[in-house]
Design a binder for this molecule. Structure first.
Ligand code: SER
Length: 614
């Protein structure tokens, strides 16, 4: 049974039981600024669950497009996705527990009209009760009857607390206890399970939730259940992707017909295939296409920001698995084949999708300015409420305060100007712990003084402004030597003080005066051009592939920091790209004039240059 058949069986089954088929609402909620996307089938129906009359009557059935990003970090496992379709049948003050359960069971297990799933592989949970509502013995009784009638033995009904079996969206609106149905994917747990065994199987994704019937007869206000609603509703939700996985006997949603063709395309087009990255790309691409189809465009706030983040994750993961030689249209074509029957509008937006994808890719590939990266990090922490870490340092001290340690670390590691970072934080409405910054500076100075070698972690230990300038000049000098003397010049060592820089490099001859002059001119030309200096984190293999300069014989981690000098519009067209921990100036225009002081041999085949900025 393919996914189209499953959707259509669902709608027909409930239509035959008096339900009116209604179309999916847009992913973007109408008249509800409090949420970015519809995250559940019930969201567009809230007014009707609260008592307003629906033109379709009191029994409805639909398949609603939803986006949930709070579990984004789980995407890549077997069952999580950021876009999904929720099949739902609705009673608006009409039938209640008995019929809802009976029909859920019948649809899941009936071979004729439903999905024909094996009832011996079904497990259910019901609400165990709390101060808001009693233990749901009534529901447990209904389930017992059903299992008994169908000769299904073994323990399979579990009482669970409100964090599992009470449904609401946010702190306000209709809510109530629910009963959730789980399917044993392995087919090996058919004798029933104790509660502990079931919980373990759930953790290990051996059973997955495929259906949820919520009995919405309560109202929540400011996080508290305040009263019973005027009517008793049923909100059922069955995630299409998981149901398809169960019906098709697949091990993950990515193996079903909803994803397999996209996964195949990714596999075919990638050099360095990795399953988790491929799943993330497939998931995010599908979500982005549906968002764009519903009118979302990338931006730095709200919905547009979520879309931009998804696209950026696609580009990052694509570079990790070296996805190449593909066009956005090829991907949309594959997606369209899967969805054309139900969402033909995807193709009407084809040009928008291709344009947005291309535009975002271009912006992404521009090596990001350090402060811009920092701004995006703050926005991310703000939007997702996540206290993310850079190294071991939390971005936020609390919801409203940017960590001073984090700001200092960015300055120390990448040379981001402090005042700009403080400005950006304030502009976004954050407070800053300036004491913490001052303490970090003091501590760092002590550390720098005690560091015996001039270099640490591939970067510069001394963060005096003059040293930082010489550091950037050092990168230009290496690039100049390669341009003037030859590509086989390789760095063998370096040392920078506040007064001069020194580079040791592989070279088979003494530099002529003409060569030295050309090298100086080359560097000074790049200084005069006022080129931007930017940093990007790249997977090691990609950094090597684009030819970033690395220290001869050094060992590097899987992800490396690369500094680019020069225009980033064209992919990696910078005049210098080097593996480096920074810090650097942000623009070469501030360096002054570059002068070589001395050129000499220090060993066979190794030359040394000392140079200054005046
Ligand atoms: N609102 C419930 C859910 O999303 C049932 O539809 O799981």
């Amino acid at each position: 049974m393919d996914s189209n058949e499953i959707r259509s069986r669902f709608l027909k089954f409930f239509e035959a039981r008096g339900h009116k088929i209604i179309p999916s609402a847009s992913l973007v909620p109408e008249n509800d600024p409090s949420v970015l996307f519809n995250t559940a089938g019930m969201q567009p129906l809230v007014p009707y669950l609260m008592g307003q009359k629906h033109p379709g009557g009191t029994r409805l059935v639909n398949v609603q497009k939803c986006v949930r990003t709070q579990d984004i970090d789980e995407v890549g496992d077997k069952t999580h996705d950021t876009f999904f379709e929720m099949m739902g049948n609705w009673s608006l003050g009409d039938y209640f527990k008995e019929d809802a359960i009976k029909w859920s069971y019948e649809f899941l297990t009936s071979k004729e009209e439903g999905l024909g799933l094996d009832p011996r592989r079904l497990y259910v949970t019901v609400f165990e009760g709390d101060e808001n509502a009693p233990r749901d013995e009534e529901l447990a009784g209904i389930w017992q009857e059903i299992f008994k009638k169908n000769n299904i033995s073994g323990e399979r009904i579990y009482f669970r607390p409100a964090d599992k079996n009470w449904w609401s969206v946010g702190d306000n609106g209709p809510c109530g206890p629910d009963t959730e149905m789980f399917y044993d994917l392995t087919g090996k747990l058919t004798e029933g399970m104790t509660l502990e065994e079931y919980m373990k199987a759930d953790d290990e994704q051996r059973v997955v939730e495929i259906w949820n019937d919520v009995f919405m007869e309560y109202e929540k206000k400011d996080g508290k259940v305040i009263r019973k609603l005027k009517q008793k509703n049923v909100d059922t939700g069955s995630g299409l992707e998981r149901v398809v996985m169960a019906v098709q006997g697949k091990d993950s949603i990515f193996d079903t017909d909803l994803f397999a063709p996209i996964m195949d395309l990714i596999k075919e087009k990638s050099v360095n295939y990795d399953l988790r990255s491929a799943r993330i790309i497939a998931d995010h691409f599908r979500t982005a296409v549906f968002m764009i189809t519903d009118g979302v465009i990338p931006s730095n706030t709200g919905r547009g920001y979520i879309l931009r983040r998804l696209l950026r994750r696609i580009f990052t993961k694509s570079s990790i698995i070296e996805l190449s030689n593909y066009t956005c249209k090829e991907f949309v074509d594959v997606l369209y084949k899967i969805y054309s029957k139900n969402y033909p509008e995807i193709y009407e937006k084809l040009n928008d999708i291709i344009a947005i994808f291309g535009e975002e890719e271009k912006i992404f590939e521009k090596p990001l300015d350090g402060v811009e990266t920092y701004r995006l990090d703050l926005l991310e922490a703000m939007k997702f409420g996540v206290i993310k870490k850079v190294g071991n340092i939390p971005i936020l001290k609390d919801k409203n305060t940017v960590s001073g340690l984090y700001i200092h670390a960015l300055f120390a590691m990448h040379g981001n100007p402090m005042d700009l970072m403080i400005g950006v934080a304030k502009e976004l409405g954050f407070k800053i712990d300036e004491n913490e910054i001052n303490e970090a500076i003091k501590k760092h100075q002590e550390l720098s003084r005690s560091a015996s070698a001039g270099m640490f972690k591939g970067g510069l230990a001394n963060h005096d402004e003059r040293t930082i300038k010489l550091h950037t000049a050092h990168h230009l000098l290496l690039a100049a030597l390669k341009a003037v003397v030859g590509e086989n010049v390789k760095q063998r060592g370096s040392n920078i003080t506040e007064r001069r820089l020194r580079i040791d490099f592989l070279c088979d001859h003494k530099l002529t005066d003409e060569e030295k002059k050309k090298v100086e001119d080359w560097v000074n030309d790049k200084i005069q051009k006022g080129l931007s200096v930017t940093r990007r984190e790249l997977p090691l293999h990609l950094a090597k592939k684009i030819g970033a300069e690395m220290e001869f014989g050094a060992k590097y981690p899987d992800t490396v920091s690369v500094y680019f000098i020069g225009p980033g519009e064209e992919k990696y067209s910078a005049v210098s790209k080097e593996f480096c921990g920074g810090p650097h100036v942000t623009n070469t225009g501030v360096l002054g004039t570059f002068k070589i002081q001395k050129e000499e041999a220090i060993a066979a085949g190794i030359r040394r240059i000392k140079a200054v900025l005046v």
